[in-house]
Design a protein around this ligand. Sequence first.
Ligand SMILES: [Fe+2]
Length: 444
Amino acid sequence: MDAREFGGALAWKDRAREALGTSRRRLLELLRPVPPEALSAQHSRLMSPPVWDLAHVANYEEQWLLRALGQPGIRGPETDRIYDAFRNPRPTRGELPLLSVSEALAYAEQVRTRSLRHLDALDVEAAVRGGRLLDRGFVYGMVARHEQQHIETLIAALQLVTTPPIEPLPSRIPAPRPRVARPREVLVPGGPFEMGSDAAWAYDNERPRHVVEVPAFVLDRFPVTNREYLAFMEDGGYRREELWEPAGWEFCRSERLEHPLFWRRKRGEWERRRFAHWERLPPDEPVCHVCWYEADAYARWAGRRLPTEAEWEKAAAWGPNRRARVHPWGDSRPDSRRANLWPIGGHPAPVGTFPEGASAWGIEQLLGDVWEWTSSDFQPYPGFRAFPYPEYSAVFFGTEYKVLRGGSWAVAPDTISNTFRNWDYPIRRQIFAGFRCARTPERA
Ligand SMILES: [Fe+2]
């Protein structure tokens, strides 16, 4: 048994209880100050009405922690239909006969009470024989992390709300550490590394762990900052077709892109909107709310490129001792000295804030702050097997989606690791995404 895993059944039950409890506490903390009318309305075609997410979280738990484990359900197939993310694309969710905010909260509580009661009563021996769904508590991890992932989705939806005004989330980012001059790029030597994960709660798309040969590459120590991105803009980045992929240029023209989402120029100063509040653009924070095409164009302008996801993971997880780490700094859980994850920041942290969160190569802020676009399409690893349902990952594989790594400030610590894969369309800008650049050394 890997010492990093939660070994026995009793240990995984504790871990499951803790993960479910933490995700629910965070969900309620997020929603409590938000006016109910802001939770019921659909604010954008890109995002669901927040109350849809809330009842969807409850329905997902009912399906996986009650019915899939042989327990009686609570609501009927009609509820399953309304809260099925595949059947109901986001733009249509506002027209569905949704539960009210108080009904959705009551539903979530009712499901949780029953699923915890079942977890408490679960026979440890039976759980061991219960197959992969219960293997080391996988399905509990899946449901708790699903709830945590919807917290980020809800934060992204609330960021789009201008009326009623929503207060920015409080920030507890530590002051940036006094900086010793550190080179802005790091050379990661060539050679094989172990990519992916076989951990108990790893998703199907992270499996199986497998060896990948990665030639030497150079990676930015930090994500690209607002200041650096402004230099690209001021150099005509949005007007120079040669910097863009053809599809990206078309998108840039048709959407009249001129700067990242939630930016504006007022009286000669750049500002960015955080929830309902405009504030001066912080120059040293990683740039956020840029799509893949913008990241790709910036990298070309800088004479560089986006890293592949294998390069990103090797930079985060691998090191000279040839053993994969769960997080860039090691296997210990994230804390506020090492990474800006929910609910620490409320926005990305200036680069240089987390030297203690560096990877074995000295690369910083890989986890938290902003999701990082990679150059890779979302594809299965060799030996992939869909589990527990094809709609989790398998239906998304192909060339339509680009992989993002590392999580943002709105991602909960329990859901992110060096091996976690996120994916989205290359035009997406409302997500908390930025990037860092890579290049191939002259002589590898
Ligand atoms: Fe979901």
